[in-house]
Write a new protein. Structure first.
Length: 262
């Protein structure tokens, strides 16, 4: 049987999803909700906390609980990697037309703000193990942030690592001024003769750090998805590792696995 706070949350959630309560609209005061539902103030606050954790409402100083404007949903399908590989060898003019973020969000290039920062790094114990190299091996760390122009927080927090010894043949890959790179990482690797064979992704969930919650604009109680993407080339080498932190309230992971017939 549903608890009292769950029934209150269900009723308010339905009002939000049906449009009865619209984005930007203020919910009734907590005292009014106590009278409406004939429940205690702690029970009402627990219900509101549930909706905050789901990203449906936010508490604003001086205004109370407000229905949040839905943020752009990011849908990450496992087919995106083949899509990226298919376009990695296309002419530059074709590659410049769109990118992975547009693919995942349905937005267009003018809708987006993109920022990349490159810095030298070395492999710690974790990355050395994944790349199968010695601790201290030189790496190139790329930090990526992409925003929808109508929103304040980026879609995710991404750190990508490349072995400097593998990409040094093309100096353009070391210059952040060349970002956003048409065709993304798979085209970058293609310029130094690397073809990917497979991508392995590990996904887990956890509460955000304070810094992550602030940068991603997360309401209290919203978790993050933590994705580690490992790119392996046709010789079996790990050639790129990405650690991506995704907001749980606006990211959907979709996995489709074709099954062989009996």
């Amino acid at each position: 049987m549903a608890k009292a706070y769950e029934r209150i949350a269900d009723d308010l959630r339905q009002q939000i999803r049906s449009g009865e309560l619209k984005p930007g609209e203020r919910l009734p005061a907590e005292t009014a909700l106590v009278e409406r539902y004939r429940r205690s103030l702690p029970t009402v606050r627990q219900a509101l906390g549930t909706l905050q954790a789901e990203g449906l409402i936010e508490k604003q100083h001086g205004r109370g609980n407000i229905v949040r404007k839905p943020r752009r949903l990011v849908e990450r399908r496992n087919g995106r990697h083949q899509w990226e590989k298919d376009r990695a060898r296309q002419p530059e003019a074709e590659r410049r037309k769109t990118g992975a973020t547009e693919h995942d969000t349905g937005l267009e290039l003018p809708d987006l703000v993109f920022r990349a920062e490159y810095q030298d790094a070395t492999a710690d114990d974790d990355l050395a193990s994944v790349f199968d190299v010695a601790v201290g091996t030189p790496l190139l760390e790329r930090v990526y942030r992409t925003w929808y122009r109508e929103e304040e927080a980026p879609f995710n927090l991404a750190h990508s690592y490349l072995l400097r010894g593998l990409i040094g043949a093309n100096p353009a890959l070391l210059d952040q001024a060349n970002e956003p790179w048409p065709g993304g990482t798979q085209n970058q690797l293609h310029t130094v003769g690397i073809e990917l064979d497979r991508i392995v992704e590990h996904v887990s969930a956890r509460p955000p750090t304070a810094e992550e919650a602030e940068e991603l604009g997360l309401s209290a109680g919203v978790s993050v998805l933590v994705l580690r993407k490992i790119s392996i080339d046709t010789t079996g080498r790990t050639v790129e590792v990405s650690d991506v932190t995704l907001p749980g309230d606006r990211t959907e992971m979709v996995f489709t696995t074709p099954l062989k017939r009996w």
